[in-house]
Design a protein around this ligand. Structure first.
Ligand code: CP
Ligand code: NVA
Length: 304
């Protein structure tokens, strides 16, 4: 059977994604009641980081330890990857010694090339184009607070970035409607929007997106690698802030999510993370549980 990877949300079926969300909630219960569950004693994850991280690194490393395994942090700065050893060679060597690999990098083609030469499952832990692990946590969080997301309306406000692309694929996989409000010139790729036209709609303003939303989501205006565009983006995105007024246009039980880290006073108002419908801390914690469910799925699936 072909090796299963998780490079985008489309690598799994809707049924498999739903199983992972259910399993994430079970694993969370086990963790909260301090039950030891160690199905992967002796198994090792490689964690390749070419960009910074707090949540992703901690959740994968803690998750592997809780499973009875371990994880090795591999910064591209300290490995031969940073000195130009080809991805294809690195993938063959690294995957010959490890059981599973996660990669956070720039170009999406890097994870694809690594995966095509890897002997073990590869997880995309963020590229310039996708952040599928965050979506597992976001959907788990929605389900825990509001039940099924199928048929609901989600508003994406801000940059048409990696998170936005993963929301587009999530809308397709979980059957919700996604309204996207971005400034002109910062939309997701036209081709991508067309492909998902059945579940995604581009609207003109943040207000248009918020009306009737069951969930409002945003992210930083300048992603990792775009730091030099910060000032110009602050001007372009000025009317795309998620704040209390925007929330008041949505359903009264509309949730607010942000993958974090957040910039108060930019993409969110000063007190947005304290809004009664903000669930960002649960969302961050669920990275741990959702990714444990993903790792378990991939390790067991690839042993069949
Ligand atoms: N949301 C997220 O991926 O956070 P980190 O960059 O801290 O891993
Ligand atoms: N869009 C952000 C997400 C960070 C978790 C970035 O790529 O920097």
């Amino acid at each position: 059977m072909a090796l299963r990877h998780f490079l985008t949300l489309r690598d799994l079926s809707s049924a498999e994604l739903n199983r992972i969300i259910e399993r994430a909630q079970e694993l969370k219960r086990l963790q909260h009641t301090r039950q030891v569950y160690q199905p992967f004693v002796g198994q090792v994850m490689g964690m390749i980081f070419e960009k910074s991280s707090t949540r992703t690194r901690i959740s994968f490393e803690a998750g592997m330890t809780q499973f009875g395994g371990s994880a090795i942090f591999l910064s591209s700065r300290d490995t031969q990857l940073g000195r130009g050893e080809p991805i294809e060679d690195s993938a063959r060597v690294i995957s010959s010694m490890l059981d599973i690999v996660m990669i956070r990098t720039f170009g999406h083609e890097i994870v694809e090339r690594f995966a095509s030469y890897s002997k073990v499952p590869v997880i995309n832990a963020l590229t310039d184009d996708h952040h599928p692990c965050q979506l597992l946590a976001d959907i788990q969080t929605f389900v825990e607070h509001r039940g099924s997301i199928k048929g609901k309306t989600v508003a994406w406000v801000g940059d048409g970035n990696n998170m936005c692309n993963s929301y587009i694929e999530a809308a397709h996989q979980w059957g919700f409607k996604l309204k996207i409000a971005t400034p002109k010139g910062y939309e997701p790729q036209e081709k991508f929007l067309k492909e998902f036209a059945h579940c995604v709609e581009l609207v003109d303003t943040a207000e248009d997106a918020a009306v009737n939303a069951n969930l409002i989501v945003t992210d930083v205006w300048a992603s990792m690698g775009q730091e030099e565009e910060q000032k110009i983006r602050e001007q372009a995105f000025a009317s795309y802030q998620v704040n209390e007024h925007l929330m008041s246009l949505a359903h009264s039980d509309c949730l607010f999510m942000h993958c974090l880290p957040a910039h108060r006073g930019e993409e969110i108002s000063e007190n947005m993370l304290e809004h009664p419908n903000a669930v960002v801390w649960d969302e961050a914690e669920n990275r741990l549980h959702a990714q444990k469910a993903l790792v378990e799925f991939l390790l067991l699936e690839n042993q069949k």
